[in-house]
Design a protein around this ligand. Sequence first.
Ligand SMILES: C[S@@+](CC[C@H](N)C(=O)[O-])C[C@H]1O[C@@H](n2cnc3c(N)ncnc32)[C@H](O)[C@@H]1O
Length: 383
Amino acid sequence: MEPFLVFENKLREAVEKESIRSMRLVDRSEPDQEVKQILVKGVHLKKGFRLQFVYRYPAKDITKNLDKKEAISTLLHHAEYDYKQITLSLSDTEILLSKNPKGQYVIKERALKAQPESTQHDHQKKRLIHSKRPFLHALGVADLDGIIKKNKQAKFRQINRFIELLSSKIPNSKKLSVADMGCGKAYLTFALHDHLVHQEIANLNVIGVEMRPDLVQQCNDITHSLELEGISFRQGTIQENDITEIDILVALHACDTATDDALIKGIQSKAQLIVVSPCCHKQVRKAMNTQGTLAEITNYGTFKERQAELLTDTIRSLYLQAYGYKVTVSEFVSTEHTPKNILIMGTKQTFKSNTPDPTLIKQIEALKTQFGISHHYLDSYLD
Ligand SMILES: C[S@@+](CC[C@H](N)C(=O)[O-])C[C@H]1O[C@@H](n2cnc3c(N)ncnc32)[C@H](O)[C@@H]1O
C-alpha cells in the first residue's frame, strides 16, 4: 500500500479511537511561511473529544480545537501540501511520514518504550493538579505530553502547594464566586478553576482581575482556546473593580498595598475565604518610626525590611480576625525559591457580626504605637 495511504489509515484509526498521544508537523514545504510547526494533541472538552492544534508562530502560539472530522481533513491537507515531516505518536508506536528530496513519501514505524515509571510520574500521581491538564500546556508550564518544563518545575510545585493548602478550606457550596486580584499570568487562577471544576460546583464563576491589558488578553485567549467555562479576566485595578459577590478572594504577590486593597474587597463582600500572599511591604516600612530599644531592630536595612514584613502581615491578620475571620499562616513555597512565601488564610466565622471586634482593634493600635506607625493603609478603609 502507498505510504501516504498507510499513514492516512493509521491517523483515521487513532483519531476515531481517541488513542492519539500527540502529533508534530515540521519542515515546511515552503520554508518562508510564518507558521514553522504545528503541534497536535487529543483533549477531552465539555463538547467531547477534540484535537487541539497549536500553530507556532515566531512570537506567539495560536490554539484551535477541531472535532474529529475537521481534524482529520486538516491534518491530511497539511501532510499532503504543507509539511515534509509528520510524527504521529500513539501509546506504544511512533509513525513518521516524511517526503524525500524527490517528493516521494516514506513511512517508518517504531515501537515506543513503555513510559518509565519515573520518580516525576510517581510524584505526579499524588499531585492535585496533574501535569497533563491542558491549561498547564497553554501557559507554557508543560509540554504537549504533560512533561513539566525544566524552568517551570518550581512554578508547578507552587501551583500544587497552593491548591493543596486551599483545598481543605473551600466552602462546601454548589455555587461559588472566586476573585483573584492581581492575577498576573493567572497560573494560580487557572489552577484553582481547574480544581473547582472537578469538585462539580454547578455554578462556578472565577474572575481574574489584572491591571496589565496584555496579560488580560493573554488569559482570555487561553480561556477561549481551551473552551473553559466559568472563568474570565477583567482589566483594571483592584480598587476600581466592582465585583461585590465574592465567596473566595485570592491575592497572591499583589504588590505593596494592592494586597490591602484586595483584603478590603474581601472583607467588604464578606467573602467566606480570603487568601493572600503578601509581596513587598513598602507602606509600613516607610511609616515605621521606632524609638528606644526597638530602634536597634530598624538600624539595619535588612532587619528593617523583615520587621516591616512581619508587622504588616501581623496587622493584616489582626484586621481579618477583627472582622470575624479565623486566620492561619503557612509557608507557601520553599524559601529557597523566594522569600515571599507566606500565605495568610482567613475563614469567615458565621457567628461574628460585621462590626470589628474592639479588643482586636485596640491590639492593632497598641502594636502601631509601639512601632511609631501613625497610620496603616487598612485603617481608613475598614473603619
Ligand atoms: C507579582 S505579580 C503576581 C501574579 C499572580 N498573582 C501570581 O502570584 O502568580 C503581581 C501582579 O499584580 C498586578 N497588580 C499590582 N497591583 C495591582 C492593582 N492595584 N490592581 C490590579 N492589578 C495589580 C501586577 O500587574 C502583576 O501582574
